[in-house]
Ligand binder design. Structure first.
Ligand code: PLP
Length: 392
């Protein structure tokens, strides 16, 4: 039996280890110079004015909502085809959550459905304060259209780009915030690069940046220029708002920053394996992942679609029995018991539900190998050629 092949995993090099070891022998373990350097490297990569490292994307999404003053009585709309953290961020603010179903081919929040829902919401005076598109699998959403709608219906945009570090929209990097107020990346080990746990927020707005920075550190500022009461003493600091401790440590930042140096290579290798899957799986009775020629995906996931729920279940267990860590992304958020208690039910967002029923994420990651990929491809081919789906 081969070694277990996960659907995604981190790549940690000797350089990464040395970068972390250097921090361990330095003066700072908590947020220090390495965090600042990491943030400035992120700005260089994304083309953003400001960036903030935080301890997870979940924290980052929450902070983004707080900074945009989402609160009681407000609505945030997101896609049901996402990790629960996207929707939870709104609930943490005491706001209400609603969903916009996905497009059948891109699996991303559908901009036509968004427009229809906005029209209806304008009549009921229930327009969202924030819309949070999620770049599912690393494939960018239709940001220009969502941005255009935000100008008509007056909402803010947070990109949940947890999957999409290294992806591009037109010629711009995701994270440039050209069509959004705030972008959030995840640095969890299954994502594009990792800091252990971690997240990154980018924005071009100085006011939001100042607010986010306060919120990240318990609402505290040590910047004398920001003080509301004058004090010339060096021990002084002021709390200006109710914040959190969402800081990233220098240990994590060193790992993230070292990984960021080879982001291009990491994304190129994911791209290589995605293309290779496309070639090898062509001709089998499966639908290959959506690909928009105009924008480039970071290929965080490689989601295929099967002809039926039954077939997906069979191939899932078949591949798992071969030590292949296929997975399913995502259980529609509104299906979770917690969300049902809020009043959501099955059948509400049918495209997301149908997609969930038939999708399967195949292994893909930067240090995947040709041998491991061939092993996966051969088993998928065998499953269909030998009609293994007729068994059991
Ligand atoms: C991973 C993920 C998150 C949460 O990221 P953490 O860094 O683990 O908090 C949020 N949204 C999406 C779409 C994700 O995939």
């Amino acid at each position: 039996m081969n070694k277990f092949i996960p659907y995604s995993t981190q790549e940690v090099t000797d350089d990464d280890k040395q970068a972390v070891a250097r921090v361990l022998s330095s003066d700072f373990l908590t947020q220090g110079p390495e965090v600042e350097n990491f943030e400035s490297d992120i700005n260089k990569w994304c083309g953003s004015n400001y960036s903030l490292a935080v301890n997870s994307a979940s924290s980052g999404l929450h902070l983004a909502c707080v900074a945009l003053k989402l609160g009681e009585g407000d609505y945030l709309w997101t896609s049901p085809n996402t990790f629960v953290a996207s929707a939870n961020a709104a609930l943490h603010c005491g706001a209400k959550i609603d969903f916009v179903d996905i497009n059948k081919s891109s699996y991303n929040l559908c901009e036509q459905k968004l427009e229809e829902k906005l029209k209806a919401a304008a009549e009921n005076k229930k327009l969202p304060k924030i819309v949070m598109p999620v770049h599912y699998s690393g494939q960018p959403c239709n940001m220009a259209k969502i941005y255009e709608l935000s100008k008509i219906y007056n909402f803010k945009i947070i990109e949940d780009a947890s999957h999409a570090l290294g992806a591009t929209y037109n010629k711009d990097k995701i994270g440039s915030c050209k069509f959004s107020d705030i972008t959030v990346f995840s640095l969890h080990p299954v994502k594009i690069i990792t800091s252990g746990e971690g997240g990154i927020i980018t924005t071009n707005c100085n006011e939001l940046f100042t607010q986010l920075k306060l919120l990240r550190s318990n609402g505290i500022t040590r910047n004398k220029n920001q003080f509301l009461y004058s004090s010339h003493d060096d021990w002084f600091y002021e709390q200006h708002c109710l914040g959190y401790n969402y800081r990233m440590s220098d240990i994590n930042a060193a790992l993230g920053r070292s990984q960021l140096k080879r982001l291009k290579s990491i994304v190129d290798r994911r791209k290589f394996f995605a293309k290779r899957y496309n070639q090898k799986l062509k001709g089998l009775p499966i639908i290959l992942p959506f690909c928009n020629g105009k924008h480039t995906s970071s290929n965080h996931l490689y989601p295929i679609k099967l002809d039926s729920t039954q077939l997906r279940k069979k191939i899932f267990y078949y591949l798992r029995s071969k030590n292949i860590g296929v997975n399913v992304h995502y259980i529609p958020v509104h299906w979770h018991p917690f969300y049902r208690k809020l009043g959501f039910s099955q059948g509400q967002y049918i495209n997301s539900e149908e997609f969930y029923g038939v999708t399967l994420s195949l292994p893909i990651y930067a240090n995947f190998s040709i041998d491991a990929q061939d092993y996966v491809v051969n088993h998928i081919t065998k499953f269909f050629d030998n009609k293994l789906y007729e068994e059991g």
